[in-house]
Design a protein around this ligand. Structure first.
Ligand code: ZN
Length: 326
């Protein structure tokens, strides 16, 4: 008898870093490695770095590797395994990422949107492990999203579902990175958070610690609020409220049991979560906010690699189910 265990090699492709993990079938991370993305060097160079990280994980595996789960910024078609384009990575138009990895390594590969993978990871071993229906918003450079219904990722008719960062909160509002107006993303991503702070200054408000020329970051705004700056505190409150409007729209549509908020801005804690919860309570249709939990992520930075592994396991299990049904 061997002590070897089944594992999945996991890849979280981001604009700055590529994270890799070897994950067991209980969601434990057995090893981690990473490479810089260096997206400007072009797609082929990035693919080579993906191959090298995957190989390092395969070499470390002691036992059967069930497949490779990869997640990437979208939009992408998870069924076809194609990345349509990624705004921060030139040369990725219609990249058949799943096929490339499957050909190179000869094992099953699943490609998923990074926001969706993070949600499935959180649902598997994180904040959402005891709920069946949840949505997740990841507040970062952009806003990622994922919808979990009955413990399965909801991918939709064209396998693109979960673009929750482009939920409209103001139909004639701020310009979003997607080219449209008034999505939640330019209000509650990192730069949107800073933009709100600067708008308060332009209106003549006087923050306690800010000096002209300071490089303002969400972390700094949070720090200032903790140190007693009322302007910074009101910016976090305002962001929580607008996020609450976006979450209300999603709650009214999907009636989840839990909403998970992850990413750097979520670390503002109760200053953000209190106005967020209050807004949803005020606005959601009765009784959908009554037992709804709105909570921070537990899996945090690991959610992508853990979720990408879980999505691979889901597809492998589906295939076995389908064979049994024949
Ligand atoms: Zn948008």
């Amino acid at each position: 008898m061997s002590n070897s265990i089944d594992t999945v090699v996991s890849v979280d492709l981001g604009g700055t870093n590529i994270k890799f993990g070897l994950i067991d079938t209980e969601g434990r991370v057995l090893m981690r490695t990473r490479r810089e993305t260096r997206a400007r060097q072009g797609r082929d160079e990035v693919i080579e770095r993906i191959y090298s990280g995957v190989q390092e994980c395969l070499d470390a595996a002691d036992g059967k590797v069930l497949g490779i789960g990869i997640c990437s910024p979208g939009p992408l078609d998870s069924q076809a395994g194609i990345v349509f384009h990624t705004p921060n990575m030139p040369g990725w138009e219609n990249a058949p990422l799943r096929e490339m990895l499957a050909e190179k390594f000869g094992i099953p590969v699943n490609l998923e949107n990074d926001g969706s993978a993070a949600a499935r990871g959180e649902n598997w071993i994180g904040a959402g492990k005891d709920v069946d229906d949840m949505i997740q918003l990841t507040l970062g450079t952009g806003i990622g999203g994922g919808i979990i219904l009955k413990n399965r990722l909801w991918t939709g008719f064209q396998h693109c579902a979960g673009e929750l960062g482009h939920t409209t909160v103001n139909y004639n509002g701020r310009l979003c990175g997607c080219g449209r107006k008034g999505c939640i993303e330019p209000y509650a991503n990192a730069s949107g958070f800073v933009m709100t702070f600067m708008e308060h200054i332009e209106r003549g408000e006087k923050p306690k610690f800010y000096k002209k020329g300071d490089k303002v970051t969400p972390k700094l705004i949070s720090q200032w609020a903790d140190d007693g700056d009322e302007v910074a505190a009101s910016v976090i409150e305002e962001t929580g409220k607008v996020l609450g409007v976006a979450v209300t729209n999603l709650v009214n549509a999907l009636n989840p049991q839990m909403v998970v908020i992850s990413g750097g801005i979520a670390r503002a804690g109760e200053r953000l979560f209190k106005p967020l919860r209050e807004t949803v309570k005020e606005r959601a249709m009765y009784p959908m906010a009554e037992e709804l939990q709105i909570v921070p992520s537990i899996a945090e930075d690991d959610a992508g690699i853990i979720g990408a592994a879980r999505c691979l396991l889901d597809t492998v299990e589906d295939r076995i189910l389908n064979i049994n049904e024949l």
